[in-house]
Design a protein around this ligand. Structure first.
Ligand SMILES: *Cc1c(COP(=O)(O)O)cnc(C)c1O
Length: 477
């Protein structure tokens, strides 16, 4: 180690005279120069390789097991998409390249926007936003600009209590006040209750369809009529679009504005906070407010970037969005085609209903008989054995399954939200159901202590999550 350090350049080697990217010599001032060599550890390549390989083996991923994370749609992403999107033609381009040299890239984004319009019934899309929540924020800023342009003061956004937490927070950050709407037991909206809180101050209502309990909003056309008659708009949270592709379109249900989480509905490995993409779609009357630059086609059929949109909410992200995520999604929908996408949704719904059917006579399912692509169990019957949903989900890890989403939506007590997605086999679904039933009906009765302590077989045992959130240790040493 010492020897290695001695071999590293010391401060008087003129390596500090560097050429800047515009070709000028830059001399780093004496006071800012390092006078000790970097303390890089020295380690054999084989040891390093083994260290990282062993670490990666402790990761849980879709390539190692089932990932039934409700609401997040953690779906299998075909590897061919990864391969194509890693092509240097895409990875080596630079956003400052002359526009003539990136016509193909712009064409992909332009076409993808048109495809999203066809899939959703919207008229225009912006691909700039980096996630679903970012899309919501963009959408709400546009709603605010729209009402300014028609000289109406509307300061409120209605959000049902079954909504994802990002809905009220996006509305708040866009400057609105939130009006909570109490939903029914199955998460759906009662048009009567909606009417009671719908005033002339309401700019829009944000709805997730199917809702976070996996139930399609059966009164959506009536709701849409009531909201529009009040002069308010309908915002569609597209996180659950995986249930509806090729079957019904938000634009046809009456929604004026929406986002899609490309990382959920199409192909982009996600989790751990990114990367994502949340394109925003609008009906034609909201087009002037979309973020800039807009990718457009001129009269010579060349793709251009239009920055001259005086009513636009402006720019929300550097450059043009997460292009490689957009690209993966483009490849995914082109590979599947219209029929294939419909098939994705039908199978996602079928898989979820198969699981629900095996659970429903044994475990409380507040939303009832049928579901769309996901469903929510309530495990409150276990509270009497001093067992919470958290314990059950930790025990699933011992059996090699990723735990589903828990304690969401908030309107279900001791919620466990399961979303199998379209690509899991019946054998995998049965294995998971058998294990969950064993945990709930055998282990919880015979060995409750074990569940309280789970996970037992993992390298890392039960963490104190409250402590970890309040006093996170962010350094290794
Ligand atoms: C995931 C999700 C969001 C937020 O999307 P991000 O891409 O994580 O920002 C919003 N609403 C619902 C219903 C979701 O499931």
């Amino acid at each position: 180690m010492e020897k290695l350090l001695n071999e590293l350049p010391s401060s008087d080697i003129p390596a500090y005279n560097i050429k800047s990217d515009v070709g000028i010599d830059v001399k780093i001032p004496e006071s800012l120069r390092r006078n000790l060599a970097l303390g890089l550890p020295s380690i054999a390549e084989s040891d390093l390789l083994r260290h990282f390989t062993n670490l990666s083996r402790e990761n849980y991923a879709l390539s190692t097991g089932f990932y039934p994370l409700g609401s997040c749609t953690m779906k299998y992403n075909p590897l061919i998409n990864e391969r194509i999107s890693k092509n240097e033609a895409f990875t080596l381009i630079h956003p400052y390249q002359p526009i003539e040299s990136v016509q193909g890239t712009l064409e992909i984004m332009y076409e993808f926007g048109r495809d999203l319009c066809e899939l959703t019934g919207m008229d225009y899309f912006s691909l700039q936003q980096a996630a679903g929540a970012h899309g919501e924020f963009a959408g709400l800023l546009m709603i605010a600009e729209y009402f300014k342009s028609v000289n109406q003061v509307r300061t409120k956004i209605i959000v049902p209590d079954s909504a994802h937490g990002t809905n009220p927070s996006s509305a708040f950050f866009a400057g609105f006040d939130i009006v909570h709407l109490e939903s029914e037991v199955d998460g759906s909206i009662s048009p009567r209750k909606l009417k009671e809180i719908l005033t002339k101050e309401v700019a829009a209502i944000m709805l997730t369809v199917p809702n976070t309990l996996g139930v399609f909003e059966k009164s959506i056309l009536e709701i849409s009529k009531i909201v529009h008659e009040n002069g308010s708009l309908l915002y569609y949270d597209g996180a659950n679009l995986n249930a509806l592709m090729g079957i019904v379109r938000p634009g046809d249900m009456g929604f004026d504005i929406m986002h899609i989480n490309l990382h959920k509905t199409f192909a982009a490995p996600h989790g751990g906070g990114g990367p994502g993409s949340g394109p925003v779609g609008v009906k034609a009357f909201l087009e002037p407010f979309l973020p800039i630059p807009r990718i457009e086609k001129n009269k010579y059929s060349e793709f251009v970037l239009n920055y001259k949109k005086s009513e636009s909410i402006g720019r929300l992200k550097a450059f043009f969005g997460n292009f490689l995520i957009i690209l993966r999604s483009y490849i995914y929908i082109k590979a599947l085609g219209a029929e294939g996408l419909k098939n994705v949704s039908e199978r996602a719904v079928l898989n979820a209903n198969y699981m629900l059917a095996r659970f429903k006579n044994r475990i409380n399912v507040p939303a009832g008989d049928r579901c769309m692509h996901e469903f929510v169990l309530s495990l409150k019957l276990l509270l009497k054995n001093n067992i919470r949903t958290l314990d059950v989900s930790k025990r699933l890890l011992d059996y090699g399954f990723y735990a589903p989403t828990i304690y969401f939506p908030l309107i279900v007590e001791e919620a466990m939200m399961i979303e199998p997605t379209e690509t899991e086999s019946k054998e995998m679904l049965d294995d998971f159901i058998d294990v969950l039933i064993k945990i709930i009906f055998e282990e919880a009765v015979l060995e409750p202590q074990k569940l309280n302590e789970a996970p037992i077989n993992m390298n890392i045992k039960r963490l104190n999550e409250v402590e970890a959130a309040r006093k996170p240790i962010l350094r290794w040493k």
